[in-house]
Design a binder for this molecule. Structure first.
Ligand code: FUB
Length: 311
């Protein structure tokens, strides 16, 4: 075969295989929130679900406020408005409003958030706010621990004890005091499972505590979610052998920084996460999606299908 003929045959073969690959890649579902929102923290209070995301759309994630969204079915989401405006509501930080988390205790809603790489806490009587800065200063300040002070998560256990998880680069864990806005620094422990980067999230199922986190950088298409399990909220956690449980596929890139919710009165679980916006997204333009999350009989989390939506 002449060189020219070989080149032509190879080009046809490559073209065909590209076409086949394009045809076999499923179309990604639409995001659940309109626009660019990331780090979604999902929760259920009563019969309503709530989402608390980071607002994307600027290089360096310079957003200065947090919004809240509500839904009865996890599919249609209503914007409840701005629930915390750093410029108006804080005296100690004015931007980089990132990765919040919500917790409910003693009739109050506690909103933990990253602001200019400190962690703060605000309190409200309703999940939709308005939230008021509880301390007038950060709960944890930049430089206080050997991690970037971002990405808080609070688990309130069945006995009412609350646990705070936070940190990028390393996961710190501590019991919160009953007031939900303080802790004993002497009780802080840290944990860095292989691959851990940021975005920790914890939930309890059948007496086991699942600590989940995101691996790689959020601007990396390989961004993904892994988990470890323990018998106690402070560990020791053992990383599951089947990881990651959430990652991009086909046109879905950078799927991560997630949270998990259980449907009331059912063993039905959903994972909220962000991915690069489709089309033309990147680590600063991400969008929020929700997919079902399932377990096997042993309680291992099964890989999430990023093309599956809530039925
Ligand atoms: O959204 C800003 C930052 O990007 C978050 O704090 C990280 O977890 C990453 O998702």
């Amino acid at each position: 075969m002449s060189i020219l003929k070989l080149m032509a045959t190879t080009a046809v073969a490559l073209g065909l295989s590209w076409q086949l690959a394009a045809q076999s890649t499923p179309t990604p579902p639409a995001p659940v929130l309109p626009g660019v929102y990331a780090d979604p923290h999902i929760a259920v209070f009563g019969k309503k679900y709530y989402l608390y995301p980071t607002t994307d759309g600027s290089e360096g994630w310079l957003s200065d406020h947090f919004t809240c969204w509500s839904s009865k079915d996890l599919k249609k989401w209503k914007l409840e408005g701005t629930i915390l405006d750093l410029k108006k509501d804080l005296t100690w930080a004015s931007n980089r409003a990132w990765a919040p988390a919500i917790a409910f205790k003693n009739g109050k809603y506690y909103f933990y958030f990253s602001a200019n790489t400190n962690i703060g806490v605000a309190v409200a009587d309703k999940p939709t706010g308005p939230f008021k800065d509880a301390l007038g200063k950060p709960l944890i300040s930049k430089g206080q621990y050997q991690a970037q002070i971002i990405d808080p998560m609070v688990l309130v256990d069945d006995d009412g004890q609350a646990y705070l998880y936070f940190g990028q680069g390393r996961c710190y864990i501590v019991k919160l005091n009953p007031d939900m806005v303080s802790f004993d620094p002497a009780d802080v422990i840290s944990y860095k499972p292989e691959g851990y980067n940021e975005g920790s999230f914890v939930f309890k199922r059948n007496g086991k505590y699942y600590l989940m986190w995101s691996e790689y950088d959020t601007r990396d298409p390989r961004y993904s979610v892994a988990y470890a399990v323990a018998d106690s909220p402070m560990g020791p956690f053992v990383k599951a052998s089947q990881n990651p449980i959430l990652k991009g596929a086909g046109l879905v890139k950078g799927a991560g920084h997630h949270s998990v919710v259980k449907a009331p009165k059912k063993d039905e679980w959903y994972i909220a996460y962000h991915r690069f916006k489709i089309p033309d997204g990147n680590g600063y333009n991400r969008e929020t999606c929700i997919s079902p999350m399932r377990f096997d009989k042993e309680g291992n989390i099964l890989p999430v299908d990023v093309f599956e939506t809530v039925k």
